[in-house]
Design a protein. Sequence first.
Lengths: 411, 115
Amino acid sequence: LNPLELTLGIMTAVGGFVDISELVFAAKAGSTFGYALIWVFAVGTVGIIVFSEMSGRVAAVAKQPVFNLMRHRLGLKLGLLTLVASVISTLITCAAEVGGVALILNYLTGWPYALMAVLMTAVLIASIWVLPFEWIERTYGLLGLFMLVFAAALIAIDAPWGKIAAAFVPQVPSGLSTKELLSFGYFSVAILSAVLFPYEVYFYSSGGIEEGWGPKDMLKNRVTSIVGMGLGSMLAIAILANSAQLFGPVNVDPELPGTAALQAAIPFGRWGLILALLGMFFAVAGAAVETCMANAYSIAQFFGWMWGRHKKPWEAPRFTITWIALFLIALLIVLTGVDVMMLVELAILFSILVLPLTYLPLLLLSGDRKYMREHVNGPLAKTLGWLYFAIITAAAIAALPLFFLTSGGNG
Amino acid sequence: MTPDGRIKLVSELLDLPLIDSEGKYCGIVDDVELAGTRDLKLKALLVGPGAYAGRLPRWAMWLVKRIAGDRVTRVAIDRIRTITDGVHLECPGRDLGLHRVETAAGRWIPRKGAM
């Protein structure tokens, strides 16, 4: 196990953890409910660690892409249904990320939003075209580490650490009205959905195959998912806690993604604001790349095409055409003028609805001794896996009623 | 081998990757062609989304056709060298027409600029 490679892998996972949905919901959750939703982030983080570790293990042991194995395990019909559901939800997420990155660039430069969306799509396409897989992953992940300014801001504003620590224990704030309780429920479901987006698992496992993982990489997979995603989640929790401390008491509703950047401007001034915007820019741009590539991976793996960015774009032509087309569709969605916040809401809603369908095959595959041999799920992975499957199924059932009852968390 | 065992053999062939004699990935087994009436024998492997026709409802096939086309390539059993965790062919995939769509799509992709 190469320590430098491991450190880079962890840092990449940390910088690449936060996306536009987490950014928005962490900031809104903090200003609306104080620290009370921190435990939901913690629960979701353990879930994404469990499923990422499983998917990395499947990729390393079976050496076959997860979507191909899913098709075999579920059958063609259910496999196709899973593909369609996950592609639609991830495409909406990709559009939200493209819109988000255009909005951040608009804050940074003052140039028109639509122009920024077109420009950024071109830059994102060019970066995937030019850079090999490892560079793509690391460039966006490592530059996303500017997000650490949010953790530094939390320290600088002298946060109430006792209250933050206590909020890791599951709780529902007392004295909420029915309307507020429903809103709390909706935020809980939305945060779970944002942390457990299925694209993260598809991208992570396909990335493992791109990098040629084998059974020898089992420790690397475990450490990267546990430490990298665990620390990455701390950034989202820092945004929530900053928001609870700075926005909640003065009734600021961080309705726009850019509002979160003010958290770093308050203690650090202009440079804090610039670092926060840069961190958000690279984190969200990285998420746009991940969503687009995760979709292209899924489609190519399902239909048995050549795939992967470890190959030159012309060596996997259908895969290349697919990820370019997906980026252009995401851009078209953004250019229709649909609000980024609406895209974030839709991405959250669609994702939670398809989560059980996308995680069940992974759970079955990683527990199948025929594929996994001695690396099959142990008692802990099995228990946590099924527990989280029950949690996401309950969240999926509750999502639609909560969305309509609370008008998307707006009361 | 029991009759159940034979059925299992065929079902396990489905979705296996095909690797040609040059080590190149050629797709996955989408269906199989069997010969005989009572004593069924494997005759060929079918590769490509056109082979889903017997396994999917019409609406789903309509969708597949729009995304991936409906081409199907037949790989006769005598072109298979071994079957392990994948189907290994004894000839290059291009001789069987397995790379035709990928090659056609490749004409649209400029061959420069990538590291």
